[in-house]
Design a protein around this ligand. Sequence first.
Ligand SMILES: [Zn+2]
Length: 312
Amino acid sequence: MSALGVIGGSGLYQMPGLDDRREETITTPFGEPSDSFVLGRVGGLDITFLARHGRGHRLLPTEINFRANLFAFKTLGVERVVSVSAVGSLREEFRPLDVVLPDQFIDWTRQRPSTFFGSGLVAHVSLADPVCPVLGEALHEAGQACGARVRRGGTYLCIEGPQFSTRAESHLYRSFKADVIGMTNAQEVKLAREAEICYATLAMVTDYDCWRAGTDAVTVDEVVARLNDNAATARSILIHVLGRLPATRSCPCATALRNAILTDPTRVSSGRRTGRPKRSSAGRRPIARSPPPTSPACAWSPWSARISARSR
Ligand SMILES: [Zn+2]
């Protein structure tokens, strides 16, 4: 089984207790990921961890290079990614310290690249059901097994940030029937689907945003106060989920690009199908970075193979 990828959000900057721990620094045609990747094993099963905001929490949500992060997971052979994300609750019944497993997303961001495609290569993947059903079910079972208050289903609304919502916005988002609010998952879920990576979110509720009468509006202090408890819960769920995943994938995520590429293969130049991402071990920086190809998506070997197959 390939390693389970974990994107650690606010409050989850590392995975302690990993055996055979090592680091990999990846550079991609899209630039640098948020940080080097930490690889290790828990109970004999592999985990590949990335701190979404970088260790030390250095990156604004808007500054995160989501394409590089997902491309790097793909480069490392990761087939499943769990996104651990601090969120505000837009529903009375989703309380702080609850764990929500959203099954839908609304992208309310405005200035972020959200696709690997373009520059001569067009693809349209389905996002009707954006979360991997197998991974979602395994996370639900794992959450129950470790005693978390886990709720399956809900809509994650992704805002640009970095500011929290105004009260008017918070009420507006509630009228959308959104259940939790965050600043990072919209790009990840789209890019994971394009990369044929299974994706699911562990949304860790820290607050009630600012819509709730009689409750103070969310502040950084309140979020931080809840993050430690949430991080411990998240680590416990991740450890429990490892043994619940089948070795091979039978979910639709694995073939999301089948029939998704519209561009005439004869129009995709062979030069665009070349170029491989670089990797280096033990935290060393890559010696050099190759210039991005015209369409970095074409550099991805599975896509190249598919285009080549269609060319024949
Ligand atoms: Zn899947």
